[in-house]
Design a protein around this ligand. Structure first.
Ligand SMILES: [Zn+2]
Length: 177
């Protein structure tokens, strides 16, 4: 990357340096959801049309963006900027837990969706957040595990398949004669 940058004209490098400096000075975490923003509260948190009854917890701003682009979620977010990973020195303090607990005090909030990744660390983080959130008497849900749309069962790994079967959803109840 350094060699690629050095091959660019000096003016390009200076422009890039200026932009990086501006980003480091002006971009900070939103005080509510912890995404990157130039304002104290990001436009999404400030939008009165968002559903305040649901809070979706994700690991990164990129994952928040993916969910936004899917168009299915109209609630609010909370971004951890990581996941619990003791081996990498990432503990609860790095994940903005005090801000998260502050969000849970909102009486309008009814449901917390834990959308951390289905990895060992992501699962441990979801478990940890569940333990913390239980005292607030909110509905706590976890994103579904399952088979990717458009895939074939033959090629899905055993763990994903067993989750998909165990967490199946009812399409219709048994008809009583
Ligand atoms: Zn925000």
């Amino acid at each position: 990357m350094v060699f690629q940058l050095l091959s660019e004209p000096k003016s390009t490098l200076q422009g890039l340096a200026h932009t990086l400096l501006r980003v480091s000075e002006e971009i900070d975490h939103c005080q509510q959801c912890r995404t990157y923003t130039e304002q104290p509260i990001c436009p999404l948190c400030a939008n009165p049309k968002r559903d305040s009854s649901v809070l979706c917890v994700v690991e990164t701003p990129a994952e928040m963006l993916s969910l936004e682009q899917s168009g299915v979620f109209r609630g609010h977010y909370f971004i951890l900027h990581g996941r619990l990973s003791p081996l990498d020195g990432v503990g609860p303090d790095a994940l903005g837990i005090p801000v998260f607990l502050e969000r849970l005090k909102n009486p309008l909030l009814q449901e917390i969706i834990l959308a951390t990744n289905p990895t060992v660390e992501g699962e441990a983080t979801a478990y940890y957040l569940t333990e913390l959130a239980m005292q607030y008497q909110k509905k706590i849900s976890r994103i579904a595990y399952g088979v990717p749309v458009g895939s074939e069962l033959e090629y899905i790994d055993g763990q994903t398949l067993s989750h998909a079967v165990l967490m199946r959803q009812e399409i219709t109840g048994r008809q009583t004669p």
